[in-house]
Design a protein around this ligand. Structure first.
Ligand SMILES: Nc1ncnc2c1ncn2[C@@H]1O[C@H](COP(=O)(O)OP(=O)(O)OP(=O)(O)O)[C@@H](O)[C@H]1O
Ligand SMILES: [Mg+2]
Length: 367
């Protein structure tokens, strides 16, 4: 592990947007287990092959040149491995990693303090980078380009900018909302990796590893069933594995098998397609209250009693990817599959609307 690496430091400041999925254990316990299950080397990291191949090339080339690599931006829905990959960058480069997050940097001065204490070649991990203040964003993109910050001393007409040279460093930014980053900041990243949902067989590999680490004995059918119903998300898969293990333990079973998976997932409201309560509430509102839509994001969020941000970053990407809803210029709309999944019949002449792209940073979409 690289010097200066502190998982505790990070875990405390992390906001787990997928926590609502079968959230039973205490938060601290969940975070400890999560940290224990993080792959420590790029070679242990399953899936996201394209991003991993590209990233290892960038890192390897930088190592051979003996210079810090370009700044890296990792984007994608919660729980897919952004933090894990950021940590791996530090480990693979054998460089210390400094960890902070957007919400912790509310003033340019907070950022100046971090930047001015960086060492040559250090990796600065900025989680939830889209939640930094505007003034800090401006300071950051100048620092990323020129390795220099202007520290403002004093106020009003007497204020002076003192330029401060910084050693070369690498920023690794993580965000669930790349579309919210201002273009000048986004452009400063030499490499952007967008993480996508995992295929069930990749989740099987991840779950087998987790079961080994947690010393849970699980058979192939049990693991496959959990993988299939984990919303393509390793964090959800790992969490469901622990709940199924709980069920097996309480019912005196030695092995996590398909029956245990069925029973535990039913108990925790995870349906056959892996949709959880919020996912189904979104579909239910769309179909029953809004006749299938289109309906604006904020209206939909109020209807399901959630923050618009949670609906947009947590529920929506998976529902779009699985073909349950579409994003249209006038809002969100249900597809025939959504009606069918809820056991409802769409109104006569109901047609699906073509979907706009998700928020991957290539273009912002809001409704
Ligand atoms: N490719 C993977 N292989 C094995 N485990 C993984 C992988 N990706 C993620 N995980 C596991 O899933 C959990 C969540 O991953 P991580 O914290 O990196 O997600 P994140 O993208 O940073 O989420 P958030 O947006 O909520 O911060 C971790 O415990 C990690 O062990
Ligand atoms: Mg994270």
């Amino acid at each position: 592990m690289a010097d200066g690496f502190s998982s505790e430091m990070f875990e405390d400041s992390s906001i787990d947007a997928t926590a609502r999925v079968v959230d039973t254990g205490s938060d601290a316990d969940e975070r400890t287990v999560e940290a224990a299950l993080r792959p420590r080397r790029l070679s242990e990291f399953t899936g996201q092959t394209r991003v991993c191949d590209q990233l290892s090339l960038v890192l390897e080339a930088a190592k051979r040149r003996g210079t810090p690599p370009d700044h890296v931006l990792l984007s994608g829905p919660p729980g897919l491995g952004k933090t894990t990959l950021a940590m791996l960058i530090g480990t693979e480069l054998e460089r210390p990693i400094r960890i902070t997050s957007g919400p912790a940097i509310q003033h340019a001065g907070d950022l100046a303090a971090v930047l001015s204490s960086l060492m040559e070649g250090e990796v600065l991990f900025l989680d939830e980078i889209h939640r930094m203040s505007r003034s800090a964003e401006e300071m950051l993109y100048l620092a990323m380009e020129d390795f220099r910050v202007d520290v403002i001393v004093g106020k009003g007409p007497g204020a002076t900018a003192i330029p401060l040279e910084l050693p070369a460093f690498t920023v690794v930014g993580a965000t669930t909302r790349a579309g919210l980053l201002p273009a000048p900041l986004r452009d400063r990243f030499g490499f952007t990796g967008h993480l996508d949902f995992y295929a069930p067989d990749e989740l099987v590999t991840i779950l087998e590893r987790s079961a080994r680490l947690l010393e849970v004995s699980a058979d192939t059918d049990g693991i496959t069933e959990i993988a299939r119903r984990s919303r393509g998300t390793p964090r959800v898969a790992n969490r469901l594995l622990r709940r199924v293990r709980d069920w097996a333990q309480v019912h005196g079973r030695q092995v996590v098998d398909e029956e245990a998976a069925h029973a535990a997932l039913a108990l925790f409201d995870v349906d056959d397609r892996g949709l959880d309560r919020l996912d189904r509430a979104v579909l239910d509102s769309l179909c029953r209250r809004f006749g299938g839509g289109p309906v604006g994001l904020s209206t939909l969020a109020v209807a399901v009693g959630e923050e618009a941000d949670t609906v947009e970053t947590v529920a929506e990407p998976f529902l779009v990817r699985e073909g349950f809803i579409t994003r249209t210029p006038r809002g969100r709309a249900a597809t025939p599959l959504a009606w069918q999944h809820l056991g409802l019949t769409p109104p006569q002449g109901y047609t699906a609307q073509p979907s706009l792209p998700l928020d991957t940073g290539e273009g912002r979409f809001g409704a």
